[in-house]
Design a protein around this ligand. Structure first.
Ligand code: SAH
Length: 244
């Protein structure tokens, strides 16, 4: 019975890979809708890069991507500490969107802005929360009439997290002004830092220490500034990646 597939173990083959604005995991927002200025391409791999396989997809504005958290370890535990709970309360792994889970499968809803079939198939995407290089195992069109329940109950994450204020030093704004992609880069930095990417346990501690994160081809240096209860994150430098 060679033609009966094994129904206990399933081998997944990526249909393509994402090239995104996020060279590293650090700083990536925790859901795709939190930084819509994040651009990405999904490059399909042969034999899945047949233009026939995406026929009709151009008429959908949003897609579900199933992917593998390939930068997460295979080990997992039944309890996880969601950053949303400050990193000190535990919930079940299946009650979370943790990246450390059995099978390491991820699911992201993204906006489809274009399909290029000149050479293979490449999809252009917006609002993607995936690190560059992430293997994608499936694409499905999003059906708002069946899949959107704005009044649904959302446990420990009932609403969009509070956003931090983001300001730029004049020298950082100068760097942005010189770039062709300046407008989208600035929006991306604002949206990413508004999520306060610092580890949860550091967020309550007053500090002016300098943090760094990579976006597109640049290193962003930022520091927290306390203004009463709230924290403002200040962008102090934007440098080409790799410069000392
Ligand atoms: N929307 C997805 C992802 C949520 S977790 C889902 O719900 O399944 C989002 C985090 O995944 C990001 O903050 C980022 O740090 C991490 N991440 C993105 N791509 C990853 C990858 N390929 N491997 C491991 N972690 C990844």
């Amino acid at each position: 019975m060679d033609d009966v597939p094994n129904s206990e173990h399933f081998a997944l083959t990526p249909i393509g890979h994402v090239i995104s604005d996020y060279p590293d995991k650090f700083g990536i927002p925790r859901q795709p809708g939190l930084a819509l200025a994040a651009h990405a391409r999904l490059v399909l791999t042969p034999p899945y890069n047949d233009p026939l396989a995406v026929r009709g997809l151009e008429d959908f504005s949003h897609l579900w991507l199933s992917f593998i958290f390939h930068q997460s370890p295979e080990r997992w535990s039944p309890l996880v500490r969601p950053p949303r709970l400050g990193g000190n309360k535990k919930v079940g792994v299946f009650a979370s969107r943790s990246t450390h889970r059995p099978n390491r499968l991820g699911l992201s809803l993204v906006r489809l802005t274009g399909i290029n079939t000149h050479q293979g198939v490449e999809l252009t995407l917006e609002g993607c929360d995936l690190v560059s290089g992430t293997p994608v195992v499936d694409i499905k069109p999003y059906l708002p009439w069946a899949e959107a329940y704005p009044d649904a109950q959302a446990g420990f994450a009932p609403a969009m997290p509070a956003q931090s204020k983001v300001v730029f030093q004049p020298s950082a704004l100068k760097v942005i002004a010189k770039r062709q992609d300046g407008a989208t880069l600035q929006a991306l930095i604002e949206q990413v830092l508004a999520q306060d990417p610092r580890p949860a346990y550091q967020q309550g501690i007053p500090t002016e220490r300098l943090y760094g994160m990579r976006l597109r081809d640049v290193d962003i240096k930022f520091r927290p500034r306390q203004n009463g209860e709230a924290t403002t994150l200040e962008v102090v430098a934007i440098e080409p990646y790799g410069s000392a």
